[in-house]
Design a protein. Structure first.
Length: 171
């Protein structure tokens, strides 16, 4: 497996819409494996293909992993939300493409998602709580949306200014 480069805001690829995957084959599985390894290396809970420069509708999630437990990776190819709850929740989100920053984002409390798994088999899952938030966050990446795009202009500008100062400080 290969660790991939994670693109950071404001790279233009992060605002492009990803294309459907025509067939889950060995190449797609290799990319999914590389994405999972990259996500683990960067200590994330989810990673979408556009974040590593691949404009394909695929993502990986593993929000249960820690030093003591291997976790349960979920591979989603061509995911689509087919149902959302009326209830919404607010949670603090961060992103590997917006390093070092976090903000409260409102999301659906529950979502039902249809997708193809690692082997190309069609699956459906009803996700709730943190899992639902992670899925929505990663699926936004497939449509060229970052969580900061869901913030008010004032909050987004404050966050970006803070991020810019931190980047300058690292130089």
């Amino acid at each position: 497996m290969t660790k991939l480069k994670v693109y950071e805001y404001p790279h233009p690829i992060l605002h492009q819409k990803a294309e459907r995957v025509e067939k889950v084959d060995a190449e797609v599985r290799r990319l999914l494996d590389d994405m999972l390894e990259t996500m683990y290396h960067e200590v994330g809970v989810g990673l979408a293909a556009p974040q590593v420069g691949i404009l394909k509708r695929m993502l990986v999630i593993d929000y249960e992993r820690d030093e003591e437990h291997p976790g349960h990776p979920v591979y989603m190819v061509n995911p689509e939300i087919i149902w959302t709850s009326e209830e919404r929740v607010c949670g603090e989100e961060g992103c590997l493409s917006v390093p070092g920053q976090r903000a409260e984002v409102e999301r659906f409390a529950k979502v039902r998602v249809r997708y193809q798994d690692y082997n190309g088999q069609e699956q459906e899952v009803l996700a709730e709580d943190f899992f639902a938030i992670v899925i929505q966050h990663e699926m936004d990446h497939l449509d060229g949306i970052l969580y900061i795009d869901r913030l008010s202009r004032l909050k987004r500008n404050m966050l970006l200014k803070k991020m810019s100062k931190e980047r300058e400080h690292k130089k």
